[in-house]
Design a binder for this molecule. Structure first.
Ligand SMILES: [Zn+2]
Ligand SMILES: [Zn+2]
Length: 140
């Protein structure tokens, strides 16, 4: 409860008149890992402490408040904590096995800022999703 991320979660919820409840802490902690998670993997990881209904409610709230991002991978999606909680990065998603590789490069960011500047556009947020086939799958 004393981690800076949890404090930020509490603040974000409080700013939106929501409180830090046990299920919310649990969902947040389940999402606080390097790999983006599917809904089923969250249900599995909660080991019976979360039912689908409360998971969906919490996920919807977290999305509305910008606490998490949804990564669309074809007809499915995965969830991860937003840039407010984790370092900004992009994804390389394998369309064959669904693996997501995190990638970051300051040149990407410079380029995006340049594009925004050129259009006198004030940048808030961006997501860049790259799809392809990972090394494991090309070798198989
Ligand atoms: Zn793959
Ligand atoms: Zn970026």
């Amino acid at each position: 409860m004393d981690s800076p991320k949890l404090a930020l979660l509490k603040q974000t919820l409080a700013d939106n008149d929501a409180s830090l409840t046990k299920p919310r802490i649990m969902v947040f902690e389940l999402l606080d890992r390097p790999e983006p998670q599917t809904l089923s993997s969250l249900v599995r990881a909660s080991k019976g402490h979360l039912d689908r209904a409360s998971l969906y409610r919490t996920i919807n709230l977290f999305e509305d408040l910008g606490i998490i991002n949804r990564i669309n991978t074809g007809f499915k999606y995965k969830l991860e904590l937003s840039d407010r909680f984790n370092r900004h990065h992009h994804h390389l998603t394998c369309i064959s096995c669904g693996r997501i590789i995190n990638t970051e490069d300051s040149q990407f960011e410079d380029l995006i800022m340049k594009q925004a500047d050129r259009h006198h556009f004030v940048l808030r947020d961006h997501q860049l999703e790259i799809q392809g086939i990972c090394q494991n799958c090309t070798q198989a």
